[in-house]
Design a protein around this ligand. Structure first.
Ligand code: P6P
Length: 330
């Protein structure tokens, strides 16, 4: 039986292909994959054991912390802290940065994550995901600093996501293209299933929550009207990783705009928009806040929100034309 290309084998081959690529990623990616296997196992039986529902606390954003949010955060923390590659970790589920404990060797990278995005969808069996981003630290002392984390997306050395859906997939980039691996639960291995993913330059899908239409800017309103008059069709799961992953493979545009009530929108720059922007650009796609490239936005705080326009480059450019001309006429 042909095993297929395992994640480990692919990473080793990539290191040979790109000698400058640090071997550190092989260790980190292998542990991220391990965390993904553990989380996939729990997510897939969530309806059967008491890890659903509300944990009885709220996070820094005032959002109810689901039991599985907490579980997945802990899985990544335990799996990654010992690798010796990280100096610190930031998470949507943690108010401040986490220093790798001194009993573990500290490394030259920092790791940021949304450990379980879309977790409120678990109860109704909709795909959810984990999103991660890795930077080389800028500081040199024993402890990671906030400056290590507040870097523009262009500085990322690795970004990816796990999607827990009809199958569990790991999709990542280290700046040499975007590659997708599907978990074979029978052997517990992630096998290469989507090598060198490239997003179609233009497509018919647009993803946006139209219930907020009355709050949108004129530019967003007029772009969506333009899209509806054209050949586009609406697809909106309400789970960012699921909407992004579908558009990455089939093409399309996803928009979570700012609006009159929330000018910066809902999504987080550092552990949602920036890692997906790195993936989109590596897949020949495009990502912005409607005006500026997502990869060039310099973060001012760990949990800051940002409007997101991402997907097929020609569709994103068209949306940006409406949003810049109408919302921000020079
Ligand atoms: P809305 C989930 O809470 C999430 O952060 C993303 O996964 C998803 O795309 C978005 O929020 C959905 O938000 O406002 O459309 O319900």
């Amino acid at each position: 039986m042909e095993l297929g290309t395992t994640l480990t084998r692919f990473i080793i081959a990539q290191q040979r292909k790109y000698p400058g690529a640090s071997g550190d990623f092989s260790g980190l990616l292998a542990e991220i994959a391990t965390a993904g296997k553990v989380i996939s196992h729990e997510v897939n039986k969530a309806g059967l054991i008491d890890i659903l529902g509300y944990k009885g606390k709220k996070n820094i954003h005032g959002e109810e912390v689901q039991k599985l949010d907490d579980f997945t955060n802990k899985v990544f923390m335990k799996t990654l802290s010992h690798t010796g590659h990280l100096a610190g970790i930031a998470s949507e589920e943690m108010d401040d940065i986490y220093q790798i404990p001194e009993e573990f060797p500290r490394g030259k990278y920092v790791f940021l994550m949304d450990p379980l995005d879309g977790s409120s969808n678990i109860d109704v069996n909709i795909s959810v995901g984990s999103i991660f981003s890795i930077y080389r630290r800028k500081s040199s002392g024993p402890l990671a600093t906030m400056a290590d984390f507040l870097q523009p997306g262009r500085n990322q050395v690795c970004a990816g996501y796990l999607i827990y859906g009809s199958s569990t997939m790991l999709v990542y980039t280290t700046g040499h293209g975007v590659h997708g691996f599907t978990l074979d639960p029978g052997i517990g291995e992630f096998l290469l299933s989507h090598e060198a993913i490239q997003i179609p330059s233009q497509a018919t899908i647009y993803s946006i929550n139209e219930s907020y239409a009355s709050e949108w800017s004129d530019g967003v309103q007029q772009y969506i009207e333009y899209a509806k008059k054209g050949d586009k069709t609406a697809r909106y799961v309400g789970s960012l990783v699921a909407d992004f992953h579908r558009n990455l493979l089939k093409g399309g545009i996803y928009i979570y705009p700012g609006d009159k009530k929330n000018p910066k929108g809902k999504l987080r720059l550092l552990y949602e928009a920036a890692p997906l922007a790195f993936i989109a650009e590596q897949a020949k796609g495009r990502a912005s806040d409607g005006l500026s490239s997502m990869m060039d936005i310099v973060p001012e705080s760990l949990h800051q929100r940002v409007p997101l326009v991402i997907g097929s480059p020609e569709d994103v450019i068209q949306a940006e034309k409406y949003m810049s001309k109408i919302d921000n006429p020079s």
